[in-house]
Design a protein around this ligand. Sequence first.
Ligand code: AOF
Ligand code: ZN
Length: 366
Amino acid sequence: MNQLNDETYMKLALQMAETTKGQTELNPVVGCIIVKNGRVVGMGAHLKMGTAHAEVQALRMAGEEAEDSTVYVTLEPCSHHGRTPPCAERLVEEKVKRVVVACKDPNPNVAGRGIQILQNAGINVEVGLLEQEAIQLNEMFNKYITTKMPFVTLKTASTLDGKIASKTGDSKWITNEGSREYVHSLRHQHQAIMVGVETVIADDPSLTTRLVVEGIHPIRIVVDSNLRTPISSKVVQDHTVKTIMLSTENVSENKIKQFEKLGSEVLKCGNEEQVNLPLALQQLAERGIGSILLEGGGRLNGAMLEAQLIDKIILFYAPKIIGGELAPNNFSITGFEKMSEAIVLENMQTKTFKNDICITGYPNYG
Ligand code: AOF
Ligand code: ZN
């Protein structure tokens, strides 16, 4: 066991939140531990949008022990009436003595008001313990709640020379099993998965989550300006989870009906030749999608990058060189003229899966 102090309990709360990543839809993941007279008397996590918040779950467990206790919570207790009543008021009613908060809630409806309610009631509040960890944990929620646009994570898998398939289109498999299993955890943690129509035509992917334990399937999104998705493709036929096709005002109503009859939804995003990507993401956010895993191909990756819509980039590199002028690249874009115009990634991190390298970074669009 670690040394027993505030950090020990906050770490536990963060771990509980971490494990629920992917199941709270538009809500943040939050963990809460309640300690009284040296004993843990309550533990809780927010498990599903629309249900009790982490503090309420933990308070229910603590019962009368909540009075005079210390509460460790990874996110500022809420102050507003959303789908559930305000946690800050509930903590006051339960007469807790001290509240340790990892980070403030960026939700404009809360943003410090929860802390204020607690302090006004004379509760001792400390903010900022393991703050960076707590902010990082909810990076997707933080973007959505402050901009009303989905957080987009791009994942690509390529050879060391940046090819996502051979010149004949073969792509199975570039990375190893360990890397691919990690990708399925990423699918579990995002509300939706997005690919271009070319990927559907070339690979007929199912885009579901397949883990050693059962995972959550993301909503499938196909960027398909001219509705060229084959009717026979898995994303249209298998009904494991909903499929949304992003298209334009220019496609025929007949074609749309064909897909709708089979259970897919078609969104018209602009009247240009190609899907208006910023408008598409805005429409998806309005439909309750706050996080998207973008899985290619190269043209869509490039277009999303050029439109500055990608928040996080996860690049898998397999120890292989395939070559081929015509073999598709991670990013198919016209390209910038000068090195000084290149998109720079920040906060780089690397992980390895045997001989595969996984690089994560955040593009800085300047
Ligand atoms: C907390 N503890 O466990 C969570 C919080 O619609 P509601 O009632 O679920 O409220 C959602 C908002 O509440 C969400 O946007 C975020 O600001 C906060 N989430 N707050 O005190 C929790 N999940
Ligand atoms: Zn709350």
